[in-house]
Design a protein around this ligand. Structure first.
Ligand code: MG
Ligand code: CA
Length: 534
């Protein structure tokens, strides 16, 4: 199964080159033998392989039907991607690929370079609902995103799925860097299955961020009430809801319905993007953290299994004893807790454990092997500390690993007045010839004359107010500004302003803003001049 499995268990106290190489090494030589010996993989989680450690930072999107998960991804990438139908009931891994296309689940779990191999245990019903969309987007050079099926209310859907949805969700939760839970401010009904899904993410609270999406669909008072209701519901699900960050906004590129909270939405968007941009930098630390969590569970698991083995009679009354032991598992937990001073939070869920145990012959379990547990302790002690010390050295100030492209272009936008919290522009100073062919030109010119106060160009502050009337989000207006300010002087002359107004109307009419300005939109005068443009 794994190339390194048959190697002898020589454990080196070496200096690791990178955090990821170190993690791979201590997992293989110190944790894996213990996990295998006490059947950890059958009880808790399949073995980790190199691809798990090498993977790019992953973002998992979870939410009820129609909370804007797929739209959120398109918003991040600022483009469509192959694969998702209007409503999708699939898990879609959106990843970088030079060649765009869709890889179906069955093929995906065969690819040794990707980390999805263990998902094949969830069976064909799942694999038929799993795919990878390869997209050539610069954003995906930094992160990968997992889209998940919308969660509906009702028992029926759980049966219809034909696979362990919660189990798949947990598998991903264990391996991702960020879990984004999306809620629809417009209809905040939390189904039982969604509640169960959130509960399944327990233990990963530190990865969870919450997005209260479509917040522009309701007025500010309604929004306050919805926000309160959401916090109240979360309080029942999370142990510490006050530390889970909720971002309020409208995460798509359409005009805002109610724009009185525009500034708040912009602030929240910026905060969320900054958090996501830090993921590559924090990824090594996340992997380290997850491995520690896993090691602690593996250790407790070894104690439980070996204690059960110890309690079993050699010949008579095996079945009765097994039944007793399962029933009294909480008692065994307390015993282990005291004897080995393990903290209560490290123990696996009693009910789940009891269910699993009923399927096993306890006599085939292995007894305690102090040597193996010492390895784990030395790992948690010295190895982890060594790797922890490497994290800042390895990842500080490495600007190559930030996420670029897509919506993230707008984070550091200082070419347009719509850049985040952009100050006002400076007055224009020199003349300009005008020309552009457009049927609405005269109305644009009228607005220009009204705003310009006889100046030849509009500064950011002069034009901003007018463009904001469109209610388009700043990310879109920023893009329009950068396309329209053809000479990139930070001002819009008469032609450029007409072009900006034209693009605003394209967007409001349901069209898309092009990534680069097509030739036919470039004002004729600029084509013949030396302005920088391709
Ligand atoms: Mg979707
Ligand atoms: Ca200009």
């Amino acid at each position: 199964m794994f190339s390194w499995m048959n190697k002898t268990k020589e454990v080196h106290h070496e200096c690791f080159d990178t955090v990821v190489e170190g993690l791979k090494s201590i997992y293989k030589y110190k944790m894996f033998p213990l996990e295998q010996h006490y059947l950890f993989h059958e009880f808790h989680s399949p073995p980790l392989n190199d691809a798990d450690f090498d993977a790019k930072p992953l973002i998992l999107l979870v939410g009820q039907y129609s909370t804007g998960k797929t739209t959120f991804i398109k918003y991040l990438l600022e483009r469509d991607f192959p694969g998702p139908e209007p409503t999708t009931d699939r898990f879609i891994a959106v990843m970088y690929g030079e060649k765009e296309g869709v890889i179906p689940g069955n093929a995906l779990v065969m690819d040794p370079k990707k980390q999805f191999k263990p998902l094949s245990t969830f069976g064909n019903a799942f694999l038929n609902r799993f795919q990878c969309s390869m997209v050539k987007s610069p954003v995906l050079k930094g992160i990968s995103v997992i889209d998940t099926p919308g969660i509906l209310a009702g028992e029926k859907q759980r049966i219809d799925r034909g696979y362990d949805f919660i189990g798949v969700l947990q598998w991903f939760a264990e391996r991702v860097d960020r879990i984004i839970l999306l809620f629809d401010a417009h209809k905040l009904d939390i189904s039982d299955e969604f509640k169960r899904s959130i509960e399944a993410l327990r233990g990963h609270d530190d990865k969870i961020k919450i997005v209260l999406n479509k917040a522009d669909m309701i007025n500010p008072q309604q929004l306050m009430r919805v926000y309160g209701a959401l916090m109240w519901s979360l309080g029942k699900v999370f142990q510490t809801p006050e530390v889970v960050r909720v971002y309020i906004g409208s995460f798509w590129d359409q005009p805002l319905r109610f724009d009185s909270n525009k500034q708040l939405f912009e602030d929240e968007t910026q905060d969320l993007f900054k958090d996501l941009q830090c993921l590559p930098r924090n990824s090594a630390l996340r992997k380290l953290n997850d491995l520690i969590k896993r090691a602690r569970l593996a250790k407790v698991h070894a104690y439980i299994i070996s204690e059960l083995k110890k309690e079993m009679p050699n010949i008579f009354g095996k079945e009765n004893k097994k039944r007793d032991l399962i029933k009294n598992l909480p008692h065994l937990y307390r015993k282990i807790q005291q004897q080995y001073s393990v903290s209560q939070g490290d123990f696996p869920d009693v009910k789940k454990m009891q269910e699993h145990l009923s399927k096993y012959d306890f006599n085939k379990f292995h007894s305690i092997k102090p040597r193996m547990l010492e390895e784990i302790d030395s790992m948690l002690g010295s190895d982890i500390a060594q790797l922890m010390a490497m994290v800042p050295n390895e990842y500080c100030g490495d600007s190559d690993i930030d996420i670029r492209g897509g919506i993230f272009e707008n984070v550091g936008d200082n070419l347009s007045p719509f850049g985040y919290r952009r100050g006002e522009g400076i007055m224009a100073g020199y003349g300009e010839v005008d020309w552009i062919v457009n049927k609405d030109r005269s109305s644009y010119d009228n607005i220009f004359d009204r705003l310009s106060n006889n100046n030849p160009k509009l500064s950011g502050s002069m034009a901003k107010e007018e463009l904001l009337k469109s209610k388009l989000p700043n990310t879109v207006l920023g893009k329009i500004w950068r396309l329209a300010d053809i000479d990139q002087d930070g001002f819009l002359d008469r032609d450029e302003f007409a072009l900006a107004m034209y693009l605003v109307n394209v967007k409001l009419d349901g069209g898309d803003i092009p990534r680069d300005l097509p030739d036919h939109l470039v004002p004729p005068f600029k084509k013949n001049s030396s302005y920088p443009h391709d």
